[in-house]
Design a protein around this ligand. Structure first.
Ligand code: MLC
Ligand code: AMP
Length: 512
């Protein structure tokens, strides 16, 4: 039985290595020098070369490899090479600005950073400050100093035999307080979850996954890629989500995974109809709540029920609506095999059926803790290894889990998490600002979006455009509030706490 995730993948790769693993239609017609499809044999040899290059760069097992590049097949191969070589993959959202990247590098201390060629100079500057990080480049077409050096590797080394508990990846998540935390995911965590999903969603080597998600977060990288690679399927690899492009390739696919915004954007296309999807076996949704009206409209337009599942960076996927059986709108289904879930009324009391409480999960899929934050890790686990998700839920009499809210102050916008605290700190630092509150309100396209409610210092002036412009220089665009309201005071309760529920009510139509 293998313990390294890459070895798990290898056991599932087709015996016939000439079968196609990945095709990148975005690259078709770009000439002979730009490859647009890879067989499993080719994937294996590129991954071996990439891993061997990292060893030649003197990276050792357990060293972190930070990656901030556009989505490309080569970016996926780089991830697989880290798994194969025993290096720890640290993906970063391409939208992160330098301040955000700087913090992650300082915290994770990677030995290698692979970035877009345009960002090389900035990364070298950061590397100089932190001492030991090497910087190489990889662009969206798979070119750059990393690929060039890999092409010269002569002796491919054998895969490293990682133990199940060895770290495979660190994914940073922000938080309701403080700085981003690195969720440490082991080979065993990722393998357990990938295998559970392969079974639960009945993946086989005759599937074709249309992949349009970004690969710097758990959904696109783990949920989508792992189920495909653990089944030896073909992936159609799109650089980013574009409704028309997805529709163009759906007729050749059998499975599609998306955040709810993907589905609302597809439904906005008049040509998205039954004929386009009759051969499709499965559409899944997650990362954010799928509105019942989206589920219903999709079903009436296509005759198919979207399968909604629920997970987190720290845990991978926890629950899923059934593959066989009734998929219920507004629910996230049942715990996956190997994962336990319970709803707690307090530290020691479990809720009765139908009662609302804090959702906790346990299983091999659950991470081991936050990178170099033992106290924070201890706070997030209850006795017995139960992880406190921060989601508020109930379990109905038939066992379906319903997410009914969040204990954590979090906005989920188009499937990306935005922590108000991080934005409030930046707004409060502006010299004109006395205080601020960021709240999530309904957004037609992104489901939810942030509104900044701001109190200025006496006599100061600051307008929406200036405030938004300043934030865009510091943080990823998707975190920037879509609207700003300047007010006299923030509503507070008797304890002095800002009443965000009142603000959400006041500004509920601000982003419609
Ligand atoms: C882009 N923008 C967003 C945004 N995405 N704003 C808020 N929320 C988002 N999600 C900004 C852009 O920067 C731009 O700002 C403006 O909105 C319009 O951009 P766009 O061109 O319409 O956006 P697009 O590039 O099409 O991206 C939208 C999207 C993308 C939905 C395709 O956000 C996306 O791929 N989301 C998927 C997120 C995901 O994979 N989450 C998984 C996390 S893992 P401006 O100011 O320049 O106009 C996880 C665990 C689990 O949660 O359970 O799965
Ligand atoms: P992340 O930290 O990006 O992994 O986001 C995890 C959070 O996304 C969870 O704690 C939930 O709040 C939310 N989430 C994931 N899937 C769903 C879903 N199907 N419905 C509602 N919320 C979800």
């Amino acid at each position: 039985m293998p313990t390294s995730l890459y070895t798990f993948f290898q056991t599932a790769f087709p015996d016939d290595h000439r079968r196609v693993a990945l095709e990148a239609p975005d690259r078709e017609g770009m000439g002979k020098a730009v490859r647009a499809s890879w067989t499993y044999g080719e994937l294996e040899s590129i991954v071996a070369r990439y891993a061997s290059l990292m060893s030649e760069l003197t990276l050792r097992r357990g060293d972190r490899v930070a990656v901030q590049v556009e989505k490309s097949p080569e970016a996926l191969f780089l991830y697989l090479a880290c798994l194969r070589g025993g290096f720890v993959f640290l993906p970063m959202n391409t939208a992160y600005r330098m301040d955000e990247v700087d913090y992650l590098i300082g915290n994770a201390e990677p030995s290698l950073m692979v970035c877009e060629p345009e960002r090389e100079a900035e990364m070298v500057e950061i590397a100089r400050r932190y001492g030991r990080m090497q910087v190489l480049t990889l662009d969206v077409l798979g070119r750059g100093s990393f690929a060039k050096a890999a092409a010269n590797v002569r002796n491919a080394q054998p895969p490293v035999d990682c133990a199940s508990k060895d770290l495979a990846a660190i994914l940073y998540t922000s938080g309701t307080t403080g700085k981003p935390k690195g969720a440490m995911l082991s080979h065993g965590n990722l393998a357990a979850n990938g295998l559970a999903l392969r079974e639960a969603w009945a993946f086989s080597d005759s599937d074709v996954l249309l992949h349009a998600l970004p690969i710097f977060h758990a959904h696109g990288l783990f949920v989508a890629c792992h189920t495909a690679l653990l089944s030896g399927t073909r992936m159609i690899w799109l650089t980013k989500f574009d409704a028309k492009q997805v529709m163009q390739h759906l007729p050749r696919a059998t499975v599609f995974m998306g955040v709810p915004t993907f589905y609302t954007r597809l439904l906005d296309e008049p040509a998205f109809d039954k004929a386009l999807v009759t051969h499709m076996r499965l559409f899944t949704s997650g990362s954010a709540p799928l509105l019942a009206e989206t589920f219903d409209e999709f079903r009436s337009r296509t005759g198919l029920a979207i399968l909604e599942r629920y997970g987190m960076t720290e845990t991978g996927m926890n629950t899923s609506n059934p593959y066989e059986g009734e998929r219920r709108a507004g629910t996230v289904g049942f715990p996956l095999p190997g994962t336990e879930a319970r709803v707690m009324a307090g530290d020691a009391t479990e809720c009765a059926t139908g009662e609302i409480g804090d959702l906790q999960v346990r299983g091999q899929n659950v991470f081991s803790g936050y990178w170099r934050m033992p106290e924070k890790t201890a706070e997030e686990f209850a006795e017995g290894g139960w992880f406190k998700t921060g989601d508020v839920a109930l379990v109905d009499p038939e066992g379906y889990v319903h997410l009914v809210g969040r204990a954590k102050d979090l906005i989920i916008s188009g499937g990306y998490n935005v922590y108000p605290k991080e934005i409030e700190e930046l707004v409060d630092d502006m010299p004109e600002v006395l205080e601020s509150a960021i709240v999530g309100v309904p957004h037609r396209d992104f489901g939810e979006a942030g509104v900044a409610v701001v109190v200025l210092n006496e006599g100061a002036s600051l307008d929406e455009v200036t405030l938004i412009g300043r934030l865009k220089e510091k943080i990823a665009n998707y975190k920037v509030p879509k609207r700003v309201a300047i007010v006299e005071t923030l509503p507070r309760n008797t304890m002095g706490k800002v009443q965000k529920n009142l603000l959400r009510e006041t500004y509920r139509d601000a982003c419609k």
